[in-house]
Design a protein around this ligand. Structure first.
Ligand code: COA
Length: 167
């Protein structure tokens, strides 16, 4: 049987400074180098030592094994974070969803989102809200999100708010 793309992927909560550094390396490549977001806007207090920061949960997605292209076992390829400082009865905020360019369209973004959504649901949140770059709206729509409101600029990039309510 041919494994599905996501069966090659392993998602886990970031628990150490070393794992946080892996996630920030992915975000640097994607948001700072590729999208030209200024570093002081990209990295903030939610990205500190995960043994100390209490109002954010980060996920790191690794390749789970060697594949025909020779990708290394365990290579970190995607990340994202869930912010938990809004009141618990409100939707939790997902942000900084990033997949290394060479690994896009293989299901990694979906794995990041599913893990963060499951975490929000475990914590009793009623849903998710996020600000989507316009190019990423079809990706979030595939996952059930609905856009609302006007286009706005964040780090000089056009965004819209999107929401998902857990059934
Ligand atoms: N346009 C239309 N559909 C898209 C899409 C796009 N740009 N990107 C992904 N999809 C679809 C896939 O085809 C797939 O559809 P399926 O359900 O029919 O299989 C589904 O969305 C899931 O795709 P997946 O492979 O998991 O997405 P990805 O790993 O390529 O990750 C992003 C998507 C947006 C996270 C990735 O392109 C990325 O990191 N971009 C740069 C950083 C960024 O802009 N992040 C978002 C900030 S708001």
């Amino acid at each position: 049987m041919t494994p599905s793309p996501s069966s090659r992927l392993h998602a886990a909560r970031i628990a150490t400074l070393e794992e946080m550094a892996d996630a920030l390396e992915i975000r640097r490549a994607v948001f700072i180098d590729e999208q030209h977001v200024p570093e002081d806007e990209e990295i903030d207090h939610y990205d500190g030592d995960p043994t100390i920061v209490e109002d954010a949960v980060h996920v790191l997605v690794h390749l789970a094994g060697h594949d025909s292209e020779g990708d290394a076992d365990g290579e970190p390829i995607a990340t994202g974070r869930l912010l938990l400082d809004d009141p618990p009865e409100e939707r939790a905020h997902i942000g900084r969803v990033a997949v290394l360019a060479q690994h896009r369209r293989t299901g990694a973004g979906r794995v990041v989102m599913q893990w963060l959504q499951d975490e929000a649901q475990r914590r009793g949140r009623p849903g998710i809200t996020l600000s989507a770059q316009l190019h990423a709206i079809p990706f979030y729509e595939r996952l059930g999100y609905t856009a609302r409101g006007e286009v706005f600029l964040d780090a000089a990039i056009e965004h819209r708010w999107m929401d998902l309510d857990f059934a």
